[in-house]
Design a protein around this ligand. Structure first.
Ligand SMILES: Nc1ncnc2c1ncn2[C@@H]1O[C@H](COP(=O)(O)OP(=O)(O)OP(=O)(O)O)[C@@H](O)[C@H]1O
Length: 316
């Protein structure tokens, strides 16, 4: 994986086009006994829309907090457009859409954006960010009357004010209904087409699949798979072959072609395989196995298997 050496902080010049949007090298973040991030490496190139996908407690938020300059690494380096996260935020190169908080219910949508704009020295016009976030039609509505999805689009509009190069979203659609999610991601995708880099954390596999160009799968504080959605789906393709085989030993099955994972539960043999036909043929013709059952692995299964401790690292 490509790792850049963080450059000295750039004070006034814009980052070079080739500078990674984010370069993380050997990031560790410890909370007491908990190794929340455990040697994470990642390079995000400008213009990518990257999903940071992983189960609860994988270390997504801890990593994002470091990228946003909200917390310091225990060890390792993180640079954002070649400078420190804090400098990048101070330059207005990075904005975040947070999950909750930060909104006053009695203000209208437009007043909220106007108030936020007054905190910056220079911003995009309020009407432009309302339009980009798809909330022009509800600009006069009180925030307290907006749905969860509309409030998230409002946070998105606020984040767009400094016209950031990088937008970071931490589980932005938690608790939203399907329609709210779709409208929210539609606005983000339309905006990203203009070249903005977007990194979002999610534990929804489908969300990552639909809206990201690249999925970085995180488990136990590390990157366990990294690729386009179709590459990640190819990794999770395959079938589960189940059979009854009293007295079976894992050693009897090792060396079979196309096997991803083997499990033995009593006299039940479970084989995760991308060539289930070959496994079935072998079990039926060369072993005493009976009661053979072959099932397709669902997305959920794939996610669990890809984020389990035994998953081999797959690089792009
Ligand atoms: N401030 C903290 N103090 C102690 N432990 C923490 C703190 N922040 C995170 N952790 C722990 O670090 C681990 C990683 O947490 P983190 O929030 O980064 O994961 P996540 O992938 O974002 O999970 P989720 O999807 O649930 O938000 C978890 O075990 C969590 O309990």
């Amino acid at each position: 994986m490509e790792i850049s050496t963080p450059a000295a902080p750039a004070r006034s010049t814009a980052p070079a086009v080739t500078t990674p949007a984010i370069a993380i090298e050997s990031l560790h973040k410890r909370f007491g006994q908990v190794e929340a991030v455990d040697g994470l490496d990642l390079v995000v190139r400008p213009g990518e829309v990257v999903a940071f996908l992983g189960p609860n407690g994988a270390g997504k938020t801890s990593t994002i907090d470091v990228v946003l300059g909200l917390s310091q690494p225990t060890s390792g380096t993180v640079s954002v457009y070649g400078t420190s996260p804090r400098d990048a935020v101070a330059h207005g190169w990075v904005s975040a859409v947070m999950q909750s908080g930060g909104l006053l219910k009695d203000l209208t949508v437009r007043e909220t954006v106007q108030m936020t704009a007054s905190l910056f020295a220079r911003t995009q016009p309020v009407d432009v960010v309302l339009e980009r976030a798809g909330i022009t039609a509800i600009a006069g509505r009180r925030v307290g009357k907006c749905s969860g999805g509309e409030q998230q689009r409002l946070r998105f509009a606020m984040a767009l004010l400094p016209d950031p190069r990088l937008l970071v979203l931490d589980e932005p659609t938690t608790g939203m209904d399907v329609e709210g999610r779709r409208a929210f991601w539609g606005a983000i995708r339309d905006d990203a087409r203009r070249g903005r880099t977007v990194v979002f954390a999610t534990h929804y596999l489908e969300e990552a699949d639909t809206y990201a160009d690249r999925i970085v799968l995180v488990a136990h504080g590390k990157v366990v798979a990294d690729g386009t959605p179709s590459q990640i789906k190819a990794l999770s393709a395959g079938r589960l072959v189940r059979a009854t085989w009293p007295g079976a030993r894992l050693a009897d099955l090792e060396g079979l072609p196309g096997v991803d994972e083997l499990e033995l539960n009593g006299d039940q043999v479970l084989v995760h395989a991308n060539d289930s036909d070959a496994v079935a043929r072998f079990l039926l013709t060369s072993t005493p196995a009976t009661d053979l059952e072959i099932t397709a692995r669902g997305l959920e299964d794939a996610f669990v298997s890809l984020t389990s401790a035994t998953t081999p690292e797959v690089s792009r």
